[in-house]
Design a protein around this ligand. Structure first.
Ligand SMILES: *Cc1c(COP(=O)(O)O)cnc(C)c1O
Length: 432
């Protein structure tokens, strides 16, 4: 499969190159040369196919011949080795739980797929790939776990000191030797700045093969389209075959963008709702056609505190840069923290379901859309387990959450981290 840079169509790349580099040399995001519809037989059979079989059919065109079929199946089997339950809340509202992976956030799938592809590509070479990632919480945990003890890889995580939750810090700092966690005396933006500095550092380039593991990487982005296929298979089992609307709690818009890819592959999705917190750049863009990011606002749904979503350019491309086409198929709503808390309570009181703040925003977006589209069926993604936002959930619902196994297992592990104050200190630590 060929990819090209969204900044310059003549910059081409294989899947392997795109995964290993993360971003094109002109800093453009990689995009597949073509997206081919899956055939009718596949869709007619969807209900009978296993999640693994579906995953293989969906992912094989994006990988092409660069990974052989048996190996790709093996990688996918490992990638989706947990459940994706669809839970019914009401007559026409469902939620797809994406938090049953090792770090209990939906990013596990992309991180696992990416790490295993890299491992395959550098196997039997004496290369080592260094994955550099700045995190405000969830991404780092998923990447650390996804790459944990994967040979030929080294993960360097930067996180702002005192700004991640205790559980998140445990997830960052209790992995194998190939995962190094750096606690930065500064903000998340400082961490991101260090990552950017590292990518343009000529000394580092000579000694390290650096790649990034956020959702700009095609191997993290594309497997997220599987969630939409898994959902539609489960709806097919309920004999719900059309009028299905997806509401996705969105930050960098990678997850929802993968849903649009799924519909390009022929999956019958009626409409997309991008539900955001107060960081509402896309909501405003759809209203007035002007893309004007504001300063990022801190919210309760902090994994979505993004004001300039990096994947939005891919979304525009998928709709041929036509605002009218976007609006026909895609809506965006924004909700503040007050509304988020009220939604947590409503979901708990009315449907006896415990959501997390991100899922609650997905619920709000869905409800708003269904108000004017009453005969539709809707699903919102639950992108993180409520335990990851324990304080918000427990205090507002007046309950105590039980620790799931994935969290219990790391609570008593000893944290292993290095503390740094500047880029120079980071560089010294990773060069020597
Ligand atoms: C990353 C994340 C999101 C946002 O996903 P995007 O693909 O960046 O839009 C939503 N919820 C949770 C819990 C996350 O970790």
């Amino acid at each position: 499969m060929q990819y090209y840079s969204l900044k310059n169509k003549s910059i081409k790349s294989s899947f392997k190159q795109a995964v290993l580099a993360g971003i094109a040399e002109d800093k453009g995001l990689y995009f597949p040369n073509k997206i081919e519809k899956l055939n009718n037989k596949f869709y007619n059979d969807l209900i009978n196919l296993s999640e693994l079989e579906i995953s293989f059919e969906v992912m094989k065109q994006f990988v092409g011949k660069e990974i052989n079929s048996n190996k790709l199946i093996e990688i996918l089997e490992d990638t989706i080795s947990f459940d994706f339950p669809l839970i019914k809340l009401s007559k026409n509202i469902y939620t797809l739980e994406l938090f049953h992976g090792p770090t209990m956030a939906f990013k596990d799938v992309g991180a696992r797929f990416m790490s295993r592809c890299i491992n395959y590509f550098i196997n039997n070479t004496n290369k080592k790939v260094s994955v550099l990632v700045a995190t405000s919480g969830d991404t780092g945990g998923a990447v650390a776990s996804g790459f944990n003890n994967i040979s030929g890889t080294e993960v360097i995580i930067l996180y702002p000191k005192g700004r991640v939750s205790d559980i998140q810090e445990k997830q960052l700092t209790t992995n194998g030797k190939n995962v190094r966690a750096f606690e930065v005396d500064g903000s998340f933006d400082d961490c991101q700045k260090m990552v950017k500095d590292a990518f343009v550092d000529k000394d580092l380039k000579k000694t390290h093969n650096l790649t990034s593991a956020n959702s700009i990487n095609v191997a993290r982005w594309l497997p997220q389209s599987l969630y939409y296929f898994f959902t539609m298979k489960k709806f097919a089992e309920l004999n719900i075959l059309n009028k299905v609307v997806f509401s996705i709690p969105s930050g960098n818009f990678g997850n929802i963008c993968a849903g649009i890819v799924a519909s390009k592959l022929g999956l019958n999705i009626k409409h997309f709702v991008a539900s955001t917190n107060s960081n509402d750049t896309v909501t405003r863009f759809l209203r007035n056609g002007k893309y004007q990011p504001n300063k990022t606002i801190r919210t309760l749904s902090n994994a979505m505190d993004v004001s300039d979503p990096s994947n939005f350019i891919r979304i525009k491309k998928l709709y041929e840069n036509d605002l009218k086409k976007i609006k026909n198929n895609f809506t965006s709503y924004s909700f503040n923290d007050n509304e988020t808390v009220l939604a947590l309570k409503e979901i708990f009181n009315d449907y006896n379901y415990i959501a997390d703040p991100h899922g609650a925003i997905g619920f709000l977006g869905l409800k708003k859309y269904l108000k004017t589209n009453r005969n539709n069926f809707g699903v919102f993604f639950e992108t993180a387990h409520p335990i990851k936002f324990r304080k918000t959930v427990e205090s507002n619902l007046d309950i105590n959450l039980k620790y799931p196994y994935q969290i219990k297992r790391i609570l008593n592990k000893k944290k292993r981290k290095e503390s740094i104050k500047s880029y120079e200190e980071l560089k010294e630590a990773i060069m020597f």
